[in-house]
Ligand binder design. Structure first.
Ligand code: ZN
Ligand code: ZN
Length: 267
């Protein structure tokens, strides 16, 4: 049971990772306990999807670890049954040429929720702090146009329930100088009936702001795009991070919070 005194009661954290991705710490049971302690009503694990061996291998589980991931989440579900709802999901990558591989992984288990994220522009992992210098060599306008064209592809692929951390290239402070491409992609997301990951991890980065930005949140809410609240926790202490402020901001923007179960939208 959740504590009625907690400001996070009723909220569900739909974006978090496990150590299988090689850059997160804490067993799923510790994330679940942190959620319970914070007064959340549920969590959904969305660890980074396995990808072909040549793509970003050090930052994700291998394909042969997928069953272990599912088992770990199932164990946490059993352990917390009746106290905390726990969903089984994935943060999948959209990278042209890997769609069939992703499709196979998505068919392998009954997922509750699948986020579609873009982490690469060509061979450049643009959200990796190690390669942040590359921003200085790029024109930010064309960078964002390229990025949102990929997001458009992710939305149109039909593989995902939501778009992950919409304006991610701002992570280290490189903001979109234009904004038109982002609004066009929101039109598509609305037309295709997808949701947006409202991701509070940006609050912990240089940009110090959630993904999407307040302006894009307003634009999403105007278009009736549902929001899925997520901390993108890579350690148990990050579960539910900044959620009361985030929920308040979403309500003020006229946004609607939803969750997913069995890949069906609720709320
Ligand atoms: Zn990660
Ligand atoms: Zn991500």
């Amino acid at each position: 049971m959740t504590s009625p005194a907690s400001p996070l009661t009723g909220l569900h954290d739909s974006h978090m990772h496990t150590p299988l991705c090689q850059h997160a710490v804490g067993h799923p049971r510790e994330y679940a306990q942190a959620a319970l302690d914070a007064g959340l009503s549920g969590v959904t694990f969305t660890d980074h999807i396995p990808m072909p061996a040549w793509y970003d291998a050090p930052w994700r589980m291998r394909r042969d670890q997928l069953a272990e991931y599912v088992d770990m989440v199932r164990e946490a579900q059993a352990e917390f049954a009746g106290r905390l709802e726990i969903g089984l999901g994935l943060e999948a990558d959209f990278h042209p040429g890997t769609e069939r591989y992703v499709e196979e992984v998505l068919a392998a288990h009954p997922w509750d929720y699948v986020i579609g994220s873009v982490h690469y522009l060509g061979a450049w992992g643009f959200d990796n702090p190690e390669y942040v210098d590359e921003y200085e060599r790029r024109d930010l306008g064309s960078l964002y146009r390229h990025y949102y064209a990929l997001i458009e592809g992710a939305a149109r692929s039909g593989l995902f329930d939501s778009v992950g951390h919409l304006d991610l290239p701002k992570k280290f402070g490189h903001r979109d100088p234009d904004g038109a491409a982002a609004l066009r992609v929101l039109d598509s997301i609305a037309a295709l009936g997808l949701s947006l990951d409202y991701n509070t991890a940006g609050e912990r980065k240089t940009v110090a702001e959630a993904y999407p930005s307040p302006g894009l949140l307003d634009a999403a809410a105007e278009r009736g795009i549902p929001l899925v609240l997520g901390s993108d926790a890579h350690r148990p202490s990050e579960v539910g991070h900044h959620f009361s402020a985030a929920a308040e901001r979403i309500l003020l923007a006229g946004g609607r919070l939803v969750t997913y179960a069995g890949r069906v939208r609720r709320g």
